[in-house]
Design a protein around this ligand. Structure first.
Ligand code: SF4
Ligand code: SF4
Length: 99
């Protein structure tokens, strides 16, 4: 299920989604297969981000499986600024403090 908000912000207002460097991509489709949120689709033999706002804020799962380092997300500091929390952990939405 796609999230609708994050730290009280509308998901539609958060620019968090993967970007693909096609100069590095070898079209292995590991990213397409990794994502469970239908962010990607294969188009003409290449991965394409078709639903960027379906991307889970803080997730970098597809970036982790790309052996060619062809996928990037915004820096953690972008989310920290939005959340206004210095102790914010990427990928965590519980709002709890770091120990
Ligand atoms: S995992 Fe990386 S190399 Fe493979 S299709 Fe996706 S972007 Fe391209
Ligand atoms: S970061 Fe996570 S949710 Fe977003 S596209 Fe990649 S695997 Fe899917």
């Amino acid at each position: 299920m796609t999230e609708k908000s994050w730290f009280g912000l509308k998901r539609s207002e958060i620019d968090w989604f993967p970007k693909i460097d096609y100069g590095k991509c070898i079209s292995c489709m590991a990213c397409v297969n990794k994502c469970e949120h239908r962010v990607y689709a294969e188009k003409y033999g290449k991965p394409k981000v078709i639903a960027p706002k379906n991307c889970v804020v803080g997730c970098t799962g597809c970036q982790s499986v790309c052996t060619k380092h062809a996928i990037s997300h915004p820096p953690k500091s972008y989310l920290q600024r939005l959340a206004k929390r210095n102790d914010f952990k990427i990928g965590c939405q519980c709002g709890g403090k770091s120990k």
